[in-house]
Write a protein that binds this ligand. Structure first.
Ligand SMILES: C[S@@+](CC[C@H](N)C(=O)[O-])C[C@H]1O[C@@H](n2cnc3c(N)ncnc32)[C@H](O)[C@@H]1O
Length: 426
């Protein structure tokens, strides 16, 4: 390594990690290289580069900020036929460092042949997200099993390994056992009940994305952004099971049946729900059905509409000395119902967030005023939260129902009631 600055340090850190013997030639060293030298992780020649420094090296890196030195280094390396990399200088380099995703023993390398390291890094970040951290462990596991079976004189068909890879690292051990004991029958599949977030596809969790990548069947709701579905495995079946207000779509029992039938047929099912599955999402009922039939099931949380709306509309849900708690409430209750304790909801120092509250907004705001909430209490309607078409309508508890009508608010909307609305920044 010729050069002792932060650019050099970035490369040296990585070389040290893969246990290369590193020698650094430079009149001075940045802090990181000084500490690596102090730890004995590299050897250090404290002087300017001399041509014969390259002798005996397997790889030369020129990382000085003086191009004439880098040229000299590249020439010296060339004379000795040693591969050379001049950082960010494809012209002087005979080798380049691709961006890599390291899941040892699996390595993914991305190179733009020096055209755009930034684009290569961007692609790398996406692949990082798609490959679970335990991919390396998984590769080792598959290797061990292959060797063990070979030693027994067995060579399972390719479909055996495909089924095992398809099962993924989380289920590798049990799938291996099942495939070994009943090689011809598919095991029971798994259902993942996954929160898709409120709309913006980039709010999806990494886990949600990974499960979508390995699903055979995706059952999705009304409120799931179709862009999220593009993360699903290309040949996965995508089935719409949305139900709008008042159950005019597929009934819940029917969804439950579709879930267990698919799992019992051995499919990996993702049940994709808007927001979070356990917040007004009936995730609890689906789990109970699956558990009753002994079908393995995992739940992956999602960002619920209240949180998406709060962040994207710039309204904090709690605020020191102003809102000490926040409540998520369903507005989908029968008229005049005693299901909600209005006097409790009228207590000060809290923020109320109504889901499904648009339809009964006039009733809700009246009930709250009757219970003692001041008519000037600020309210925000956040419609289509986190999506490009997001809209915020602000008002007070006495005029918001009329404003909702006037501005024709009609998309999915959360109603935020409380002094925090005054702190809105976006
Ligand atoms: C049946 S609930 C489902 C809630 C979902 N499980 C969650 O955690 O966000 C449907 C209600 O969520 C709210 N909602 C969902 N997505 C929304 C969005 N992008 N913007 C505003 N409100 C939304 C609306 O109040 C809608 O009526």
């Amino acid at each position: 390594m010729v050069g002792g600055g932060v650019v050099a340090a970035r490369k040296v850190r990585w070389l040290v990690e893969v246990q290369a013997a590193v020698e650094v030639v430079s009149p001075d060293l940045c802090e990181e290289l000084q500490s690596l030298a102090a730890e004995g992780a590299l050897t250090y020649k404290a002087r300017t580069f001399q041509r014969d420094d390259v002798a005996g090296a397997a790889l030369i890196i020129a990382a000085t900020d003086d191009r004439s030195v880098n040229i000299e280094v590249a020439e010296a390396a060339g004379l000795h036929n040693i591969p050379v990399n001049a950082v960010d200088d494809a012209e002087l380099s005979t080798v380049i460092f691709p961006s890599i995703v390291d899941r040892d023993p699996i390595t993914v390398a991305i190179s733009s042949a020096g055209e755009s390291p930034t684009l290569a890094r961007w692609i790398r970040a996406r692949i990082e997200v798609l490959l679970p951290q335990n991919t390396g462990w998984f590769a080792g596991f598959l290797g061990d099993k292959r060797r063990a079976l070979k030693a027994l004189g067995e060579e399972p068909p390719r479909s055996f390994w495909e089924a095992l890879v398809e099962a993924g690292p989380e289920r590798a051990v049990e799938t291996f056992e099942t495939l070994r004991s009943t090689p011809d029958t598919r095991e029971v599949g798994q259902v993942a009940i996954v929160g898709a977030g409120p709309g913006d596809p980039e709010l999806l969790t990494i886990k949600a994305m990974q499960l979508l990548q390995s699903a055979d069947l995706v059952l999705y709701d009304n409120l799931v952004n179709r862009e999220v579905l593009s993360y699903a495995r290309r040949d996965a079946e995508q089935r719409y099971v949305g139900k709008k207000r008042a159950f005019d779509g597929t009934l819940q029992e029917d969804i439950n049946r579709q879930l267990f039938e698919a799992a019992e047929a051995g499919l990996n099912v993702v049940r994709l729900k808007g927001g979070d599955p356990f917040i007004f999402g009936r995730g609890g009922e689906e789990i109970a059905t699956l558990a009753g039939r002994g079908i393995p099931c995992v739940v992956v949380p999602g960002i619920t509409a209240a949180l998406g709306a709060s962040s994207y509309a710039g309204i904090p849900l709690t605020y020191r000395n102003v809102a000490l708690s926040v409540r998520f409430i369903t507005g989908h209750v029968a008229r005049g119902s005693q299901a909600l304790n209005w006097s409790e909801l009228a207590q000060p120092d809290q923020t109320l967030v109504f889901y499904m509250g648009l339809f009964r907004l006039a009733q809700i705001t009246e009930d709250l005023q009757e219970a003692g909430v001041d008519g000037q209490m600020p309210v925000a309607l956040v419609e289509n939260a986190t999506l490009p078409e997001q809209r915020v309508v602000e008002g007070t508890i006495s005029d918001i129902a009329e404003k909702a009508e006037r501005f024709e608010v009609s998309g999915p909307t959360v109603v935020i009631i409380g002094h925090v609305v005054r702190f809105r920044t976006a």
